[in-house]
Ligand binder design. Structure first.
Ligand SMILES: Cc1ncc(COP(=O)(O)O)c(C=O)c1O
Length: 502
């Protein structure tokens, strides 16, 4: 075990070069890297925040924040008394751990479980969940259905400037068939951005540019199906779209119950699946952030069953009360396939995303991408590379973050005023909240019908999973990011007027 002084000295090296404003983030990155590389071994006790702050010559608050952040992500754990240790969850990159799974995947599957929505057992579906209905409201004045960012915030001027720059500079040969993994300059730019913003292990060689999380899912689905898997687990509640995407590759869907910490390990193990898709940073739709314990348990499970986790980091950049929890992939890049896109940060219509693929799956994923579409359009990729490299992406996220926080506050205020007693759950993040409106405004069917008649489109939580609670409360997944604060308030007022008190 290393002495405190030595550990502090090692961590200092990448950290001292950072400008003062970025020291907090740099310290966190240095700590993550030290854990991943094995330089800080599992079980190592870290110096106290006071000691490390004194060693590094920084404020104690900065060190405390770094310890808290890495504890939330599962790199560190804190004991019952004072003390912080290196956790067991991270898989050190140079320990000889192999992601090789040849011949393993899909060889055993547990017997099929009958459907049953008791909230405790996995529900194995014979087909993917139905698409979420689009409501069919005749006249929609305010649309609270989740999923889209504010498209009026799309940075048209900066995008146009990037387009012009790219068209001017790209040589003719660059317009030929691209590397199916994506343009090298975009893979470099995205890898840098993701390592910095999301704490992933981002090797540009393992990054594949694709058409959103949707295509990352189907690429992985085809690869896993070809390896003999027949089912994939999805969170319950979760995104029905995940199930449908995997269904298109021939995989069944197994709903796996979630609690307030993440996927429950018992049902996960009992399900017999060897691949799951999860949203640990901001679970969709429940809005929880997975606990460090459950992150570690999921990785333990993946290693034990020789399986894979698809991490859908669909809105991980937007957190309003603290820094976003870093991605799960950073803890074990050989078991976690990471996927993200510009759909929430810029616009879903761009159909641009990325996936970071474990070494053992990389060749198969790239070959699938090649046969599917020979790679994403070159100009779009070059423009995104230019946009990211010139700082446009970070600026866009800052701008959206400010706007969305304000809209979320407006929503919470309007719910408290017009639908009193409503409980909002989930972390302060993303583009939607879960609101539980008390039964005295219900019952749910009437509530939704009256809101629709008043021109307000709402999505009930039950569209996203198997649970059907009978308490009469109305559970809603409310998207707010695409609405101006005044529209948010007006929409909730319309609902309140329409439903009255039962
Ligand atoms: C949870 C979740 N994951 C993934 C997607 C699809 O993302 P993409 O546009 O990157 O394919 C969506 C779309 O709304 C989503 O809600």
């Amino acid at each position: 075990m290393r002495s405190h002084g030595q550990a502090a000295w090692e961590l200092l090296l990448p950290f001292v070069d950072a400008p003062a404003r970025q020291r907090g983030r740099a310290l966190q990155e240095a700590l993550r890297e030290a854990v991943r590389s094995g330089r800080l071994a599992a079980g190592t006790r870290l110096p106290s925040t006071r000691e490390l702050a004194a060693d590094l010559g920084v404020s104690r608050g900065l060190v405390t924040e770094a310890y808290e952040q890495l504890t939330a992500e599962g790199y560190l754990r804190s004991g019952r008394g004072a003390g912080t240790w290196v956790g067991e969850a991270a898989r050190a990159r140079r320990t000889g751990h192999s992601g090789a799974v040849d011949g393993g995947l899909g060889s055993t599957q547990a017997g099929r479980l009958g459907p049953g929505a008791d909230g405790g057992a996995p529900v194995r579906g014979v087909r993917a969940p139905d698409p979420v209905p689009d409501g069919g409201a005749a006249r929609v004045l305010v649309d609270f259905r989740p999923g889209t960012p504010d498209l009026s915030l799309f940075p048209r001027a900066a995008w146009a400037a990037a387009q012009r720059a790219v068209l001017t500079r790209l040589p003719h040969p660059a317009l030929g068939y691209p590397d199916p993994r994506g343009l090298p300059e975009l893979r470099e730019a995205l890898a840098g951005m993701l390592a910095r913003r999301r704490g992933v292990v981002a090797d540009p060689e393992r990054l594949v540019v694709c058409s959103g999380v949707a295509q990352a899912s189907t690429l992985l689905g085809f690869v896993l199906r070809a390896r003999g898997l027949d089912a994939v687990g999805i969170e319950d509640p979760g995104s029905p779209e995940h199930g449908r995407l995997f269904a298109s590759t021939g995989l069944d869907t197994v709903w796996l119950p979630l609690d307030e910490e993440g996927l429950r390990p018992g049902p996960l193990t009992a399900s017999g699946v060897r691949a799951v898709v999860v949203t640990p940073s901001h679970q969709f739709p429940s809005g929880i952030s997975w606990s460090a314990r459950r992150r570690a348990a999921l990785l333990d499970w993946a290693r034990a069953v020789d399986g894979y986790v698809l991490e859908d980091d669909y809105d991980g950049d937007f957190r309003y009360d603290r820094a976003p929890v870093g991605a799960l992939q950073g803890l074990d890049p050989e078991r976690v396939v990471y996927a993200g896109s510009v759909s929430k940060s810029l616009a879903p219509g761009l159909r641009l995303g990325w996936t970071l693929v474990p070494e053992a799956l990389l060749g198969e994923v790239v070959e699938r991408k090649r046969t599917m579409d020979l790679g994403n359009p070159v100009l779009d990729q070059a423009v995104l590379a230019e946009f990211v490299t010139r700082g446009g992406y970070d600026r866009q996220l800052r701008r959206c973050q400010r706007a969305y926080r304000e809209r979320r506050d407006a929503l919470l205020g309007a719910l408290a005023e017009h639908l009193p007693g409503t409980r909002v759950s989930g972390i302060a993040a993303g583009l939607h909240v879960i609101a539980r409106v008390p039964a005295d405004f219900g019952p749910p069917e009437r509530f939704l019908a009256r809101a629709a008649e008043a021109g307000v489109a709402l999505r009930p939580l039950e569209d996203y999973g198997t649970a059907r609670p009978a308490d009469g409360d109305v559970r809603l997944v409310i998207g707010y990011a695409h609405l101006a604060p005044s529209a948010v308030t007006a929409g909730i007022r319309l609902v309140a007027e329409a439903v009255g008190r039962g």
